[in-house]
Design a protein around this ligand. Structure first.
Ligand code: CUA
Length: 432
């Protein structure tokens, strides 16, 4: 497809830029000089009477139409050539998938290896498939002059070649929520043999753990370097003492294997002091071995331990059955509402939805039922009635209808049954 010698994206964009900048610069200079000359030459003091009554000049008009047209076409030509260079992928480009999600990047290579930095071999073209997993993001690498949106549901791509080894900034250039500014990583251009070696090496335990955190999106809210994001940092977390609030009671815990497991599967149970209860439960959403890998990594375990843990008995979600004891003493259907409230608590809904009308990550529950909402569905704004059916859709498939003005941040809760949703509905009806 690309028979000419390889023109890098940097060269293509810079050429168009300098041509347009040069023509604009010369035009600016020419127009400014002419203006100053006319001001001086035809000043009223110098020239009290008009020197000519001529109202047109055909040749002058033709030339000031044709010359700018030619200049604009020259600029267009270089812009078009540059654009084609950005869109034409060299045949030997190495494919890499870039998944953008709130608020981190995950790169997947041909052999399945993943990383949070984009590793590329020096001098080889790389084709990046751009995938948005939740909302709009934008893949932006200034050094290679490429910026391309990642659009949910759309196949997009970009390519570049790193001609010098080095570390190049890679930004998200589309506002995508509170963590947008932190959605930064790098392109690591390394010599080809090193890249080949890196690609085939099985990641060390530490790196494997980090890749798991990336894969499950943990690093969008938890840093590894001690800095504060939405949730507490992972740095030095194993064995560390934390103050948590559990059902209104404050207590101090030591971070161990069990604590971490519970925090991942049921984060609403113990909330670390000073942080919002914002994390969705991962029970049923994370494979057993990934969970183990993450906990081992966080605890700083080095040796690959033998399979010790018995199979988890966690229900995938807190369902009406498991929530029943919480609504103690009430077994009558009349108490659906308190069952619903306890479900909302257990599933972490209240981390993002208030009950007092205040705005959090998502819309408040107060006055929700029976209200008319404007939602974005398939890119179109439509009005829907918040009824029982709407509630079910919003829980099972939250991304399909996103309330206008809010991020598409909610994970689906397919494990909540129709009865569970009925209970939630009954409870929400009390919040009018
Ligand atoms: Cu992703 Cu901004």
């Amino acid at each position: 497809m690309n028979p000419q010698p390889l023109i890098t994206t940097t060269e293509a964009v810079d050429k168009a830029f300098y041509v347009i900048f040069g023509i604009s610069g010369i035009a600016l200079l020419g127009i400014t000089v002419a203006m100053v000359y006319f001001i001086w030459r035809y000043n009223r003091k110098r020239q009290p009477q008009p020197i000519s009554q001529k109202d047109h000049n055909v040749w002058l008009e033709i030339s000031w139409t044709i010359i700018p047209s030619i200049l604009v076409m020259v600029m267009f030509w270089y812009g078009w050539e540059g654009y084609l260079s950005l869109r034409r992928i060299p045949d030997d480009a190495i494919p890499v998938k870039a998944s953008a999600r709130m608020w981190s990047w995950l790169f997947t290579y041909e052999n399945g290896r993943t990383s949070d930095k984009l590793y590329v071999p020096v001098g080889k073209p790389v084709k990046v498939h751009l995938i948005a997993e939740d909302v709009l993001h934008s893949f932006y690498v200034p050094a290679f002059r490429i910026k391309r949106d990642c659009v949910p549901g759309m196949d997009n791509y970009a390519w570049f070649v790193a001609e010098q080894p080095g570390s190049y900034d890679l930004f998200c250039a589309e506002y995508c929520g509170v963590g947008h500014a932190k959605m930064i990583t790098t392109v690591e251009a390394i010599p080809s043999p090193e890249f080949a070696a890196w690609l085939t090496v099985k990641p060390a335990v530490a790196e494997a753990g980090k890749e798991l955190l990336q894969k499950h999106g943990c690093l969008g809210c938890h840093s590894l370097d001690g800095s504060r994001l939405v949730g507490p940092s992972f740095k030095g977390i194993g064995g560390h003492q934390v103050v948590v609030t559990s059902s209104g009671e404050t207590r101090t815990l030591t971070v161990d294997h069990d604590y971490l497991e519970k925090s991942i599967l049921d984060p609403g149970a113990d909330i670390v002091e000073g942080y919002p209860p914002a994390m969705p439960p991962y029970a049923g959403r994370i494979p057993e071995e990934d969970l183990k890998g993450i906990i081992d990594y966080l605890m700083g375990l080095k040796e690959g331990g033998q399979e010790s843990a018995a199979p988890q008995e966690h229900a995938p979600f807190e369902t009406a059955e498991s929530a029943k004891p919480a609504a103690e003493g009430h077994s009558e259907p009349a108490d659906l509402a308190s069952l619903g409230e306890s479900l909302a608590n257990k599933n972490g809904c209240l981390g993002c939805h208030s009950t007092d009308g205040s705005r959090r990550v998502g819309p408040s529950f107060k006055g929700l039922m029976g209200s008319e909402r404007t939602v974005v569905k398939d890119g179109k704004e439509i009005k829907v009635m918040a009824d029982a059916d709407y509630l079910r859709r919003a829980i099972h498939d939250p991304a399909s209808e996103v309330v206008q003005g809010y991020p598409a941040a909610m994970p689906p809760f397919p494990g909540l049954s129709d009865q569970d949703i009925e209970s939630l509905h009954a409870w929400l009806e009390t919040l009018k």
